[in-house]
Design a protein around this ligand. Sequence first.
Ligand code: OGA
Ligand code: NI
Length: 354
Amino acid sequence: MKQSNVNDILVNNSNKEMSDMQTKNQVEDPIIQESLLTCIDLANTDLHQSALLLKKACLDSGFFYVINHGISKDVMDNAFEQSKKFFALPLEEKMKVLKNEKHRGYTPLYDQIPDPENQVQGDHKEGYYIGSEVPRDDPQWDRPFYGPNPWPNPDVLPGWRETMEKYHQEALRVCKAIAKLLALSLDLDADYFDSPEMLGKPISTLRLLHYEGKSDPSKGIYGTGAHSDYGMITLLATDGVMGLQICKDRNAKVQKWEYVPSIEGAIVVNIGDMMERWSNGIFRSTLHRVILNGQTRYSIPFFVEPNHDCIIECLPTCQSDNNLPKYPPIKCSAYLTQRYEESHLKFSSYKKQT
Ligand code: OGA
Ligand code: NI
């Protein structure tokens, strides 16, 4: 894994762009520093100590690192290797596994536009969504976000499916360990989230991403536009090339963005909007984006959302007479469907474009 030089990127955000930036809807500070995030050791047997650390991180930004997560270097390296092989295929081959109505499969360049007010075109990235495999003989297979995955032809990419299934399984295990700490940090039983009703049949999605090009915020060009994640927890593994930025205060008059550096062996974790809703806005689902410096970049986010029919409503420990629930209860799959539709091209419009 190579670590990029921050200075390469900082040069691209020099003062000369400041005047252009003012033309955007959102004004931002041109000086971008590195964020110092909390690091949680998942091998620490003192869960209460880890939960305290986690609570601090979630009140501050909802972004942190985990170490000793148990995903071996081999499993991680294989996932990146196989991801690179997929994206290196001719477009015609990738289009054979184009994203379907269940939000699984290949998403071409510009498919997603999370911040249309500040983006002139979609994200400069291509991707591949892999959901939890729910076979056709499962009574729930036809629910939104459940079902079988499309897979690239095994003659073209031998071992690809197995590699991704292995990573998927390991990432889910890590998310369940984090879910225990989250529960403790919210004064709930450790198994509150890691229960059959909540994470028994989660909507968990592995996404492979491949970025190319150079971002130019002054012109509305981004690797990934500013957004917060929709779900409960996201694990983010990257190839070490810098690019991820967070903005802790989305309402600031002048937005301050900070780089999140990659740390060898650590995984970046952030909590998403569902967790913010559950915690009545106490825990932060922070705005983030990807700024490219011209280097090719690969990343693997893994999004965990609870069961399809789980209701996301204010947790008992996050409300009182003086602090009433701020968000109405909502069913997990309904919320996700709405968020995906807002930010992605419609499935039917691919055919017209290509
Ligand atoms: C995302 C995301 C960041 C990255 O996919 O939601 O924020 O570094 N990705 O690719
Ligand atoms: Ni994100």
